[in-house]
Design a binder for this molecule. Structure first.
Ligand code: MN
Length: 196
């Protein structure tokens, strides 16, 4: 099975000015597309892993196949977590956040802090464990909490390529604008589906 570059649920310029069209042209059109291409190349002569889903690759593989497969999954989730349209969080997710982080404001503050303090390249996640508890997690490079059995429902890409064109080294500015375009409907639906 050949892996495909996902279709974006909006136009390349739709997230501007928060994230520019130029950033999407590079981040989606080059970085993300290259991970898909490299993954397919690595799987070409591997009969068994060629049929793995991205989740299989993340939980069972190592090395180049893991790195490229996880980066495809991570970017698919990242783009799906964003929207140019206003979106509303579900009551269920909002109250779970209130329960596990005291308040939505505290959650936002802790998540932002995790992003600003992540050293090097990586991702910051909101995950759900098997008991339904939410957690904020930081991972380096391509790593993904699915490897530890926790389900990601929201992710922020904090690799420099996610913000350098628009914000240069000003990561906090990128994060402030990133919050404004989070697709809370998508994240809420994902929360519902992983609880089942
Ligand atoms: Mn990226």
């Amino acid at each position: 099975m050949e892996h495909k570059l996902m279709e974006l649920p909006y136009d390349l310029g739709a997230l501007a000015p928060n994230i520019s069209k130029e950033t999407l042209e590079y981040h989606y059109g080059k970085h993300h597309a290259t991970y898909v291409k490299k993954l397919n190349g690595l799987l070409e002569n591997d009969r068994e892993k060629a049929n793995y889903t991205l989740e299989d690759i993340i939980t069972k593989c190592e090395g180049g196949i893991f790195n490229n497969g996880a980066q495809v999954y991570n970017h698919d989730l990242y783009w799906n977590c964003l929207t140019p349209n206003p979106s509303k969080i579900s009551t269920a997710l909002e109250s779970a956040i209130g329960k596990d982080f005291e308040s939505f404001e505290q959650f936002k503050e802790k998540f932002t802090e995790a992003c600003t303090t992540l050293f090097g390249s990586g991702w910051v996640w909101l995950t759900v464990d098997s008991s339904g508890k939410l957690a904020i997690e930081k991972t380096s490079n391509a790593d993904n909490p699915l490897r530890e059995g926790r389900h990601p429902i929201l992710v922020c890409d904090v690799w420099e390529h996610a913000f350098y064109i628009d914000y240069r080294n000003a990561k906090p500015e990128y994060l402030a604008k990133w919050w404004e375009i989070v697709n809370w409907e998508f994240v809420s639906d994902r929360f519902e589906s992983v609880k089942k």
